[in-house]
Design a protein around this ligand. Structure first.
Ligand SMILES: *[C@@H]1O[C@H](CO)[C@@H](O)[C@H](O)[C@H]1NC(C)=O
Ligand SMILES: *[C@@H]1O[C@H](CO)[C@@H](O)[C@H](O)[C@H]1NC(C)=O
Ligand SMILES: *[C@@H]1O[C@H](CO)[C@@H](O)[C@H](O)[C@H]1NC(C)=O
Ligand SMILES: *[C@@H]1O[C@H](CO)[C@@H](O)[C@H](O)[C@H]1NC(C)=O
Ligand SMILES: *[C@@H]1O[C@H](CO)[C@@H](O)[C@H](O)[C@H]1NC(C)=O
Ligand SMILES: *[C@@H]1O[C@H](CO)[C@@H](O)[C@H](O)[C@H]1NC(C)=O
Length: 267
């Protein structure tokens, strides 16, 4: 067997091999979204934080061993860069994309940043002596009002389709309501990826307000659409009566069959 003093050494070597990257864990950053921000959660978090475009986040650091300068850095995949560098004897120098939207506190080294799309990256503060762990920031765009595209006046018996489009941001969840109540799927009510609602063979009872609700980590929004189902007989009846008068009943039957041909959109 190994001599006793070698064992702890081998064990720690094994641990290092099993957990690459977690070696030399530094002090951790704490971050929170500052008010006013109507989308994101304002409680502080360590390790990772989800926030919204346009909101301000504050990244704070524990006391760090510093040499002659400190820098805030970011990393996104293989891309890595410096946000700002502070050398104590002069004001911090800030990289151009971060100018006018970051605020650095020279006493406690915290960084405030107004978020843009693309700021979802890793962040850390480093000096020659020490660096914090990387902190993961997720930046999500609040959803604007979605748009429903469809035919608002449909003939009973036809199939119809409503498509919910998100114009700004990316939705993680979609669902539909009819007259304010959650709409459940059935043989006739079908969802495609939840963003498309298909109603097969609409009837008069399908008339009403359809709302599409969209949600992501920082927001929820919705829009509604009035669907009007009209009776197919409304159009056909006067024609039928007119035809009866001129005595071409047989002819109209064939014609009616033709116009009532449903077009299947949903399959
Ligand atoms: C550091 O400074 C910022 C901005 O001035 C402040 O909001 C924060 O509470 C301070 N404290 C720590 C621990 O960073
Ligand atoms: C930041 O503001 C200054 C002064 O208003 C301006 O000269 C500079 O171009 C701005 N920088 C960026 C990146 O917008
Ligand atoms: C920087 O942080 C210190 C300590 O937390 C605080 O006393 C000071 O007011 C802050 N400075 C600015 C400009 O916010
Ligand atoms: C929905 O989006 C509109 C802009 O399209 C916005 O004005 C409104 O505040 C949003 N609603 C919610 C609840 O976020
Ligand atoms: C809407 O549906 C009706 C019948 O259900 C059809 O006659 C009409 O052409 C449709 N309109 C559009 C714009 O698709
Ligand atoms: C689709 O909608 C149902 C509720 O109608 C919901 O439980 C499910 O999570 C949704 N899926 C997606 C991907 O939006």
């Amino acid at each position: 067997m190994f001599p006793v003093p070698l064992l702890p050494f081998l064990l720690s070597l094994l641990l290092l091999l099993l957990a690459p990257g977690s070696a030399a864990a530094g002090p951790g950053i704490t971050a929170r979204t500052l008010a006013p921000c109507y989308s994101a959660d304002l409680s502080p978090a360590s390790g990772r934080l989800v926030s919204a475009v346009g909101c301000t986040v504050l990244l704070t650091v524990p006391r760090l061993r510093v040499g002659r300068a400190v820098s805030w850095e970011y990393r996104a995949g293989v891309e890595q860069g410096v946000i700002l560098r502070y050398a104590f004897d002069r004001p911090p120098s800030t990289a151009r994309p971060y100018e006018n939207r970051t605020r650095f506190n020279e006493t406690n080294f915290s960084l405030q940043m107004v978020l843009r799309r693309g700021d979802g990256r890793l962040y850390r503060l480093s000096s020659e002596e020490e660096a914090t762990d990387w902190f993961q920031l997720y930046v999500v765009e609040p959803l604007s009002e979605p748009e429903i595209v469809g035919n608002s006046s449909v003939k009973a018996g036809d199939d119809t389709k409503l498509v919910c489009n998100v114009l700004k941001g990316k939705a993680d969840l979609y669902w539909w309501k009819k007259n304010g109540k959650l709409l459940l799927g059935s043989d006739r009510i079908q969802f495609e990826d939840n963003s498309t609602l298909c109603i097969v063979r609409v009837s008069m009872r399908d008339s009403g307000y359809y709302a599409c609700v969209v949600r992501n980590a920082v927001s929820q929004n919705e829009t509604s659409f009035l669907l009007h189902v009209h009776h197919s007989a409304n159009v056909v009846l006067p024609v039928v009566l007119a035809c009866v008068v001129v005595g071409c009943l047989a002819g109209i039957f064939v014609w009616c069959r033709k116009t009532e041909q449903p077009f299947r959109l949903c399959r």
